[in-house]
Design a protein around this ligand. Structure first.
Ligand SMILES: Cc1cc2nc3c(=O)[nH]c(=O)nc-3n(C[C@H](O)[C@H](O)[C@H](O)COP(=O)(O)OP(=O)(O)OC[C@H]3O[C@@H](n4cnc5c(N)ncnc54)[C@H](O)[C@@H]3O)c2cc1C
Length: 539
């Protein structure tokens, strides 16, 4: 099956690479890479205090650092600051430390378009990604703008003053302070950092062993010789299982229901060739384009031809599994490919662990924890020293910030997202939420460029306020993300919604979005206004 996926990739590759230099959307990717310039020039948005900045970025993860780089290059002269709740930058890539932690999308698309990923391996460990993000922050002189231990807890918009008053909590002392900004740019990721999702199982306190959530992995945990049960079937579980299979005494992936698992090669000969023949930046842009195209093609194929996709996934997995493996029970989900996020495993490492006998999948329900392990609904008992609860995240839209607009509370779950980056009737605010079916950065960089362009447009036209406004004729409203994964289901009511047409519909399609994001910023849906007479733009 991997051969079939490779063939699909190759078929789309030649066509798309020849298109790449002629397609207008390609300009988004292949446009000359701008380098950081010194910050200079007037402020974009009004503000009276020393603490005031044009743009306050919330979060110093992949998105916040990328957003700051884009402001420096694409909207020079914009003053900005980054407030970060944790003591370090990098977000997800610093927080998660479980064995095997890695990207499951390729670094050529997870990387920033303006900073080439120069390694030949496309899937790499979390620490390498962290280094890349931090190196980028250093190269673009973003570091010095970050204030750590600063959690934004509320943000109040005043239309009269055309600015946000943001309440920031010191995460060490609990003290609160206010600062102001013209534009609030929320790059807070999508989940709670304090704890992941763990169901409440009966008897858990009876268990004499260790229960660990991948989000809070103990630094000194040594699994050598331990009997490990990993509860879950998502990306984290399929990453941990092969990573610990070599050293643990036994590894069991205990799942209630299976997920789709696709093995893809971690080497890319086409990328290697391009890197040998083209200058670094052009090669990176071409590989990035190719991989974005291919990811989109695979996703589209799965959605249009679910039965064929299921058959291909099955053939590919069976080829790597031991003869007679019970595929129907352990690897056949009840939903269609990409109804939930698909698990990608490099070079089939997960299947190899199963085939070697060092790991097994058990599909069953937990009845209760016992002193020595887990009793299952089937009556089977799994002995365990360590239970890893790879049971997911708790979604947290927009950093959990309480927001008001002219004293009226913003209920995020009742707002409609404009281009998947702003909320209707919420002025001067954008948020960075990436794709669920492709690399996160593909979307958040479109947003970062758009925000910079919007700020430049406002500066040129003397505007101080931009507000998305729903079409007067109304439209059908639906959930923003139509995946059925548990964490989306649990949080659906708290997430913004989407409309039924551009620019209110989230398409989860990079190339369609790239075209949408290239449209003039004064296109439908945005209302601009100057500052009230009392508020002047900084000359
Ligand atoms: C285990 C795991 C693996 C993943 N693998 C991939 C992958 O392979 N490919 C992919 O595309 N995506 C992947 N993702 C999604 C991943 O989260 C994104 O790729 C990306 O790292 C998100 O970056 P971010 O900056 O938007 O958010 P985060 O990395 O979550 O960073 C957000 C930052 O904002 C800070 N923050 C949050 N709220 C506040 C607040 N109120 N005030 C101040 N600071 C705040 C946080 O402390 C954090 O530092 C993965 C996610 C997880 C959990």
């Amino acid at each position: 099956m991997e051969d079939a996926w490779r063939a699909l990739w190759r078929a789309t590759y030649v066509i798309h690479l020849t298109k790449v230099l002629h397609n207008p959307v390609a300009g988004v990717i292949l446009a000359p890479v701008t380098t950081p310039s010194a910050r200079s020039g007037p402020s974009v948005l009004p503000g009276p205090s020393a603490e005031h900045v044009d743009v306050l970025i919330v979060g110093a993860g992949l998105s916040g650092i990328g957003a700051a780089c884009r402001l420096q290059t694409d909207a020079p002269g914009t003053s900005f600051a980054i407030v970060e709740a944790r003591s370090a930058s990098g977000g997800t890539w610093d927080l998660f430390r479980f064995p095997g932690m890695r990207s499951d999308s390729d670094m050529f698309t997870l990387g920033y378009p303006f900073r080439p990923w120069t390694q030949s391996r496309a899937i790499v460990g979390g620490q390498e990604i962290l280094r890349y993000v931090r190196d980028t922050a250093a190269a673009y002189d973003v570091d010095r703008h970050i204030s750590y231990h600063c959690r934004v807890v509320r943000a109040d918009w005043s239309g009269q003053d055309a600015r946000w008053t943001v309440t920031v909590e010191d995460t060490v002392t609990g003290a609160r302070a206010e600062r102001t900004c013209g534009f609030l740019y929320i790059c807070s990721g999508y989940y709670r950092y304090d704890h992941g999702y763990t169901p409440d199982w009966p008897g858990r306190s009876d268990f004499a062993g260790l229960v660990v959530h991948p989000q809070q992995w103990p630094e000194d945990l040594d699994l050598t010789g331990q009997r490990v049960v990993v509860i879950g079937s998502g990306a984290t579980a399929v990453t941990i299982v092969p990573a610990v299979a070599g050293t643990a005494a036994s590894v069991t992936m205990l799942q209630r229901s299976p997920s789709y698992i696709l093995s893809l090669p971690n080497e890319d000969p086409v990328a290697d060739l391009l890197r040998k023949t083209l200058p670094e930046r052009q090669a990176y842009a071409a590989v990035r384009w190719k991989n974005a195209r291919m990811t989109t093609a695979i996703y589209g194929f799965c959605r249009r031809h679910p039965a064929r996709a299921r058959a291909m996934l099955r053939r590919g997995a069976l080829k790597r599994l031991p003869a007679g493996y019970d595929f129907n029970t352990h690897l056949t989900p009840a939903y269609e490919p990409w109804d939930q996020r698909m698990c990608l495993v490099p070079n089939g490492d997960f299947f190899a662990a199963i085939k070697s006998g060092r790991a097994e999948i058990v599909t069953d329900h937990i009845e209760e924890f016992t002193e020595t392990g887990l009793r299952l609904r089937s009556g089977r008992h799994l002995e365990a020293d360590v239970v890893v609860t790879a049971t997911g995240l708790n979604l947290l839209p927009l950093g959990g910030i309480d927001m008001t607009v002219d004293a009226e509370e913003v209920v995020v779950g009742q707002r409609v997202a404009y281009k998947g980056m702003m909320l209707d009737a919420v002025p001067n605010m954008a948020f960075a939420i990436g794709y669920t079916n492709a690399s996160w950065t593909l979307k958040v960089d479109l947003v970062a460029r758009y925000v910079s362009r919007m700020l430049q447009y406002m500066r040129q036209h003397g505007y101080a306020v931009v507000t998305p406004r729903l079409p007067p004729e109304g439209m059908a409203i639906s959930p923003l993300i139509d995946m059925t994964s548990g964490y989306f289901e649990r949080s659906r009511a708290a997430l913004p919604r989407q409309g039924d047409r551009a620019p209110w519909r989230l398409r989860q399609h990079y190339f369609k979005d790239a075209a949408l994001f290239r449209m003039p910023v004064d296109a439908d849906g945005l209302e601009f206004r100057s500052a009230s007479p009392a508020v002047q733009l900084t000359p």
